[in-house]
Design a protein around this ligand. Structure first.
Ligand code: ADP
Length: 325
């Protein structure tokens, strides 16, 4: 979206204000991730009442790095921080700074910080920090001049904050190990929060959040779905609930059934079912032996996860599969 005043064009159009979406994101929209929520919740106070901290000479933290796999709610947390504090959120992603317009990523960084300072208190969110913040001089990613210039400008901006300026920069990465150490020095991204894939309990909480606005049938057991979805991120679970609603609508049902959700889980995990992909007799037989082998081993091995389905109906790139929780 674009910010008022045409600022958006400076940031490859990836510049958004909370008022745009109408509804504010709050911590209630973020399930699980208790530790990360706690860390981010502390920052709300700094944005709401900077004077309180200023009075006693406390330094406001400026840079927070959210580290974790894609789809685990890092963007959501940044929006919730801005929503809870009721301040604007300026967001962009690392690669958005680079190469879209002539004039250089450095200039775009400067302008973004300038706009955020003007609007302060405010939140800046930079996704994919690693795409600008890679260790310099390793030749990784081509040792790009523009990237280096963008990174340098970001460091300059982070160092240029007045002690109590109420702008908080949240950045996200799923590859913290490749970040330039200069980014992690005191006064820069010196608060770090690790975000993991949700465990079973958190998956249930996420499913419940995304069930609120949907019509659920009486047979729906979300705890069973949470059990079936290890390894899925919050974004995957969001897709599951949405796909389930689409299945229900296609079949012209008024409510989502457990079967719709189970189908959706398999679709999100493996890709769409491909009934049109006919296996010839030999292929089908080979696939059946192959999958039966998996299923037998999973049954015989003491520590294997329970098998809930074996099939030779192709899905995504698989000709058949054994589904274990
Ligand atoms: P990231 O920035 O870590 O890649 P996002 O914040 O963009 O992930 O997550 C994408 C979507 O997935 C969110 O808008 C939300 O609908 C859903 N989601 C992810 N994590 C959670 C969570 N912890 N609670 C509720 N929904 C979540």
């Amino acid at each position: 979206g674009l910010a008022p005043g045409g600022l958006g064009g400076l940031f490859s159009g990836r510049f958004s204000m909370p008022s745009e979406s109408g509804t504010r994101t709050t911590f209630a929209d973020v399930a699980g991730q208790d530790q990360a929520k706690k860390e981010v919740a502390e920052l709300v106070e700094f944005l709401r009442e900077p004077e309180r901290f200023q009075r006693v000479g406390a330094e406001v933290p400026h840079g927070v790095l959210l580290m974790g796999p894609p789809g685990t709610g890092k963007t959501l947390l940044a929006k919730a921080l801005a929503g809870e504090a009721d301040v604007p959120c300026f967001s962009t992603w690392g690669s958005g700074f680079i190469g879209v317009f002539v004039g250089g990523g450095g200039g775009r960084v400067r302008k973004m910080f300038e706009a955020a300072r003007k609007a302060a208190p405010a939140v800046i969110f930079i996704d994919e920090l690693d795409s600008i913040g890679r260790t310099r001089g390793t030749g990784l990613g081509g040792g790009h001049d523009e990237r280096e210039q963008t990174l340098n400008q970001l460091l300059v901006e982070m160092d240029g904050f007045e002690k109590n300026e109420s702008v908080i920069v949240l950045a996200a990465t799923n590859r913290p190990e490749i970040l330039d150490p200069a980014l992690l020095r005191p006064g820069r991204f010196d608060r770090r929060v690790t975000i993991d894939l949700p465990d079973r309990e958190a998956r249930l909480a996420i499913l419940e959040i995304h069930a609120i606005k949907k019509k659920m049938g009486e047979d729906v057991k979300l705890d069973e779905i949470a059990r079936r979805t290890p390894g899925m991120s919050g974004a995957d679970l969001y897709s599951v609930m949405n796909e389930a609603a689409i299945f229900a609508a296609r079949e012209d049902r008024k409510r989502i059934t457990q079967y719709d959700i189970v189908q959706a889980v398999e679709k999100v995990a493996m890709g769409p079912e491909r009934r049109s992909r006919r296996l010839d007799q030999e292929e089908k037989e080979l696939t059946a032996y192959h999958e039966a082998g998996h299923a037998i081993m999973a049954t015989l091995l003491e520590h294997a996860d329970p098998v809930i389905k074996v099939t030779v109906i192709p899905r995504g790139r698989a000709l058949g599969y054994v589904y274990q929780t």
